[in-house]
Ligand binder design. Structure first.
Ligand SMILES: [Zn+2]
Length: 44
């Protein structure tokens, strides 16, 4: 089962899905799909 959680790319804390900003540092939260896409581009 996959959990839909967001992760702050700045400080690394997990945030609730749908959260727009990190509660810890206030950075904008990207969806997991977006981050995976970025990783694919980076790896490519
Ligand atoms: Zn953060």
């Amino acid at each position: 089962m996959e959990m839909k959680m967001g992760k702050c790319l700045k400080c690394g804390v997990n945030v609730e899905a749908g959260s727009a900003f990190c509660e810890a540092c206030g950075a904008a939260i990207q969806s997991i799909e977006d981050s995976q896409r970025e990783n694919a581009i980076r790896d490519g």
